[in-house]
Structures are given as structure tokens and as C-alpha cells.
Design a protein around this ligand. Sequence first.
Ligand SMILES: *[C@@H]1O[C@H](CO)[C@@H](O)[C@H](O)[C@H]1NC(C)=O
Ligand SMILES: *[C@@H]1O[C@H](CO)[C@@H](O)[C@H](O)[C@H]1NC(C)=O
Length: 437
Amino acid sequence: MAQPITFFQILLILLLHDYISAEDGETRASCRTAPADLVFILDGSYSVGPENFEIIKSWLVNITRNFDIGPKFIQVGVVQYSDYPVLEIPLGTHESTENLIREMESIHYLGGNTRTGRAIQFAFDHLFAKSSRFLTKIAVVLTDGKSQDEVKDVAAEARKNKITLFAIGVGSEIEEDELKAIANRPSSTYVFYVEDYIAISRIKEVIKQKLCEESVCPTRIPVAARDEKGFDILVGLGVKKKVKKRIQIPTTNAKAYEVTSRVDLSELTRNVFPEGLPPSYVFVSTQRFKVKKTWDLWRVLSLDKRPQIAVTINGEEKTLSFTTTSLINGTQVITFASPHVKTLFDEGWHQIRLLVTEDFVTLYIDGQEIEMKPLHPVLGIYISGLTQIGKYSGKEETVQFDIQKLRIYCDPEQNKRETVCEIPGFVSMVDELLRTT
Ligand SMILES: *[C@@H]1O[C@H](CO)[C@@H](O)[C@H](O)[C@H]1NC(C)=O
Ligand SMILES: *[C@@H]1O[C@H](CO)[C@@H](O)[C@H](O)[C@H]1NC(C)=O
């Protein structure tokens, strides 16, 4: 006789299910796992030659190794083209990176003319249009010659349909204007040029970073005349609503928030950084404080409160630490103890900037480079916990401080462009330029 399932059994199943999915939910978010449809459109014309085509394949495989392939993550498709396009790998046919790589390695070189326009149209009709996933769509066009068909309008149409186009030109036969017409703007972000096929391995890292920025940093922050990819953490944490009191920073146009110990500046990390952070980024904050204890200006905690990332100010030692994940033992803490760090503790306004790359973290205070320190390889961050600002280390208590800016820029180049004009007594770079010219 079959036992009827009781209410308690159902409850137990539900509870167990919740327990399991909570554990599953703690996946590390990073570029490896950011969901995106990525299509490589590869030139297989005569000018490439079989040897160079092997280099292209190896490059493709090396870039693909940086991603977790799967229905929930990134999907990669490949089109090879000469006179006509060939669907080498459709989107979404692979469950694992290894299978996909094996298929990439077995692609045969075509030979023929260069009809790039037709290939982009093909990728649109036969790959992107067939994908049912609503997410970041990226196409990378790799070519070594001028297209023998119309390419401008086809590319414009694809971009209009929310496909982000990168163009990589190889060798001296390339037409720069054509690459610019294919790719998104600004060209400095979406167009690459290398002198020969050997050199494409040199742009592997930057392509990886740029592909990652597309899927991990969907939001833009208006900065001067441009829109920068990144995260305005004050916006992400709803500081405008939570902190009522504003103060004007003397002699500048900048306004700041006066944070008291009564507010809680926390938000689910999932809502702030849904796909984690790219391999390289720039942290910038402008604040003043009197507190003499150790506190986290910014931190990302896992569900069980392990720090994933933190910028910690140590008022006793007068140092600044950067905490991030580590492939070696989960966490690494980099401490900047140079005498210049002491200026942060003079109760005045200061800008802290950290340039984080895959190998180094560099601290800048008020636009001056202070120190550069090596980093071990990092892991993705857990996003099921909280992102917080202004908390005493290891506690939930909010620190009393004033904050004007707290941002993450995804493009490491922003490190060179960021000014300190919100700091009293510092002229902006623009003013400086105007005066010296
Ligand atoms: C791909 O990676 C392998 C192993 O690191 C390396 O030997 C090869 O040169 C790389 N290929 C390209 C084109 O970068
Ligand atoms: C492991 O992490 C801790 C905490 O950051 C650190 O003190 C320690 O040196 C690390 N060990 C290794 C082998 O890196």
C-alpha cells in the first residue's frame, strides 16, 4: 500500500531543496561564468595561408579556455568565411569547454576570397537570431584584408540589433576605416590591429578583458564627455535615499554624503555585481574621516561573511589594505604601509585609487602613485552575500564618515583618465592643460 505523502514530508523536501540550492547558489561569479553568446567570425581567405590559420585556431582555443562553457554560462560559435561563410560551430551545442576546444581544433582552412559582409550577415541570421537567450551578444571579426563585398550596412544592422562587434585586423593589407565601420564605438575599445599572425597572441589578454567587460559591466557611468563601463557603488547601495545630509566640499563643486552610524549601507552583491568583476578594474573613492579604528571603506562578503574583496583602512597602524580572493588559499591581503599612506589620516578630503590587474595592485592617493604590489591569481567572487561600505572590520556597525565618490571602472585605462578635481586644493587635469597650453 502506497503511503500518502504527508505535509511534513513535503516540508522536509522543500527545506532540503532550499538548503541544497543555497549551497549551489554560492558559485563564484566572474568572467568565466558570465552568460553571453560569443561568435568568432574568422577570415579563411587565400591571403591567410594554412600555417597562419593554425595560429588563429590556437589563439581561439586559448581565449576559449578562459570561459566556462555551458547553457547557463558562455556559449561560443564559430563562422569561417572566404567567398562564402561556413558554420563551423553553432551556438550552444557544447556542454563543456573541452568538447568545444576539440571541435575548434578540427576546423579546416577554406581558402578563397574575402567576403566579410556576407559572413557577418550569416552570423546574424544563423547564430544570433537562433539563440533564445536574452543576454550579451558579441561577435569578433578577425580579418587580414579588405572585404570584397559591402560590409558597413551589414555591420550597422547587426549593431542595431544589440550585437557588440569587435574587429581585429592583421597585417598590412588591412583598411583601418573598414575595421572602424564594422566595430562598435569607441574604436579605441573595439578595434584592434596587429602586424602579423604571430602578434595576435599579444592581444589575447586585452581581448579577454574586453570580452569580459561586455558581459560583466553592462552599466555605464557618465564621466566627463564619455560613458565609462563600471559600477557606481553609491548608486548601487541607494546612498542618495539612505543618507539625507549633504555637504559641499570647500572650493570645489563637489557634493558629498555625511554618513552617520545610524544608516546601513548594504545591498545584496547579486544586485550590485550580478556577474562579479572583470580581471582588471579601477577602484576610486573620495572621502574624509576621523575614525581611528580599523574599518572597511568597501567590502564584498560571502554568505558566511568571508571577505571576497575589501579596501580596509587601519587607523591604528595608519595603513591601507586591499583584500581579494586567491587561487592559493582563498584570500590574499595586500597591505600598503608606505609613509605616504599617513596623509589619509589627517581628517581632510582624499582620493584613494587602486588599479587592480591580474598581476598587480597599485595604490594612488590624490592622483600620486604610492606603491605597486604583486597579486596572486584571483578567483571569482561569491555573490550571494552583501556588498557594504563604511563598516568596522568584522562588524556590522557603520562608521561615521563623509563620502563623495565610490566607483569601480571596468576599463583599466580609466586609471590614466581619472582626475582629482573634487579634492580641495587640487586643480583638475583639464585646468592644468589649459594653463600650460
Ligand atoms: C596558446 O597557448 C599555448 C600554451 O600556452 C601556447 O604555446 C601558444 O603559443 C598559444 N597560442 C597563441 C596563438 O597564442
Ligand atoms: C593564506 O591566507 C592568509 C590570510 O590572508 C595569509 O596570511 C597566508 O599567508 C596565506 N597563505 C599562503 C600560503 O599564501
